[in-house]
Design a binder for this molecule. Structure first.
Ligand code: NAP
Ligand code: MG
Length: 402
């Protein structure tokens, strides 16, 4: 078979531990035999981040802006234990945080559904994608614990020094106060990323806040979404046959539980944090959850939602057999290759990405799976295989499909 050609390179961000092992295996077994893979390689493994004073992370994000599509392996976010384990010069920041800040993106997380693994909410027969706003609110708060007998005020000083004041509370007893903010620019970017992604996926998008109680703060989110939708997206949505739907967060939660899935749910920062954990758990596993960061100017970075699976890596280092689930990482690759194919008009590459995903799902539905899924699957005939055995089983099916 002739290998499928690429024009523009993908930005490849390598990572750490067990996912770094899987990364190499996926390329060797599932991609390189079929695709003349073109990537611009950045090693975001902790050793190299430390050697480059984390410059490599910044460079990889800049390259993503230049080329438009990246695929990222899970990476260690250092804590005190990692500083001594890797003898780090500094406790480097989370690479995902750094990349997100440079791309100004929104993260979309989607579960991968397979027969035999029934969500805890059995009516969810289609995936629910959570879009989480990644700036502000309580994640950039200012807090105080205050003693009895004082007054808390909200003060805004404009650029000429004029003050606007609102009393928050006159404290008879002791208490707590918190100040939060958001920026119109960030909310607008979030709205555009959501509407673009909905058009991309050809799925409805829901957005919900608590605007009945938060009449200025949450209402601002509602208004910005409505205005951008009216002015820039309404016609495109009509043409695509999809819908933008706003409701109160309480109503959204009730509708989500009763739904069959198949839409995107846009959430404010805190709601997205909590609801993405709920949705991931309900669908079964973080190892079956993909994640893509989309910037308002249409730059895409694909990754798995889980971490570096440290416990499995230490088993691997001791020479013991592992059974680590590579599905989310495979889908990060297929997502990135498909997007590259779409942008460059390479139908063969798009077809390959579709086949890779189908072969992966078929393998699990044929009863061949890693240990985590083996514990959950309701299939009668099932077999647990090791990390590499799973990839080989996918390749057998991929060969046939291609
Ligand atoms: P984790 O790597 O997601 O793993 C937590 C546990 O979940 C594993 O020990 C394993 O359970 C199970 N698991 C997760 N992914 C799996 C897979 N693909 N196949 C099978 N089982 C899987 O989270 P962590 O252990 O909390 O974090 C490890 C490192 O990852 C940390 O250094 C953290 O900073 C980093 N991290 C990176 C990202 C990212 O780059 N996006 C995200 C989160 C965490 P069992 O051990 O019970 O089998
Ligand atoms: Mg959370």
């Amino acid at each position: 078979m002739e290998k499928i050609q690429m024009n523009t390179p993908l930005v490849e961000m390598d990572g750490d531990e067990m996912t770094r092992i899987i990364w190499q295996l996926i390329k060797d077994i599932l991609i390189k035999p079929y695709v003349a893979l073109k990537t611009e390689y950045y090693d975001l493994g902790l050793v190299h981040r430390n050697e480059t004073d984390d410059q490599v992370t910044v460079d990889s994000a800049e390259a993503t802006k230049k080329y438009g599509v990246a695929v990222k392996c899970a990476t260690i976010t250092p804590n005190a234990a990692r500083v001594s384990e890797y003898d780090l010069k500094e406790m480097w920041k989370s690479p995902n945080g750094t990349i997100r800040a440079i791309l100004d993106g929104t993260v979309f997380r989607t579960p991968i559904l397979v027969k035999g693994i029934v969500p805890y909410i059995p009516s969810w027969t289609k995936p629910i994608t959570i879009a989480r706003h990644a700036y502000g609110d309580i994640y950039k708060n200012v807090e105080m614990q205050v003693p009895a007998g004082g007054k808390a005020e909200l003060v805004y000083t404009d650029k000429d020094g004029n003050e606007t004041r609102e009393t928050i509370h006159e404290f008879k007893g002791s208490g707590v106060i918190q100040g939060v903010h958001n920026r119109d620019e960030s909310i607008s970017s979030f709205a555009r990323a959501c509407f673009n992604f909905a058009l991309d996926m050809k799925q409805d998008i829901w957005f919900a806040t608590k605007d009945t109680i938060s009449k200025k703060y949450d209402h601002r989110f509602k208004d910005i979404f409505a205005e951008i939708f009216e002015n820039e997206y309404k016609a495109k949505f009509e043409e695509a046959g999809i819908e933008y739907f706003y409701t109160l967060i309480d109503d959204a939660v009730a509708r989500v539980i009763r739904s069959e899935g198949g839409y995107i749910w846009a959430c404010k920062n805190y709601d997205g944090d909590v609801m993405s954990d709920m949705v991931a758990t309900a669908y079964g596993s973080l190892a079956m959850m993909t994640s893509v960061l989309v910037s308002p100017d249409g730059v895409y970075e694909y990754e798995a939602a889980h971490g570096t699976v440290q416990r499995h890596y230490y088993k691997h280092l001791k020479g013991e057999s592992t059974s680590t689930n590579s599905v989310a990482t495979i889908f990060a690759w297929s997502g990135a290759l498909r997007k590259r194919g779409e942008l460059d008009g390479l139908s063969e590459l798009v077809r390959y990405a579709d086949a890779l995903e189908k072969a992966t799902i078929k393998t699990i539905e044929d009863g061949i799976m890693t240990g985590d899924l083996y514990l959950m699957s309701k299939l009668e005939k099932k077999e647990k295989v090791d990390t590499e055995g799973f990839l080989r089983a996918i390749d057998e099916r991929l060969k046939v499909m291609l």
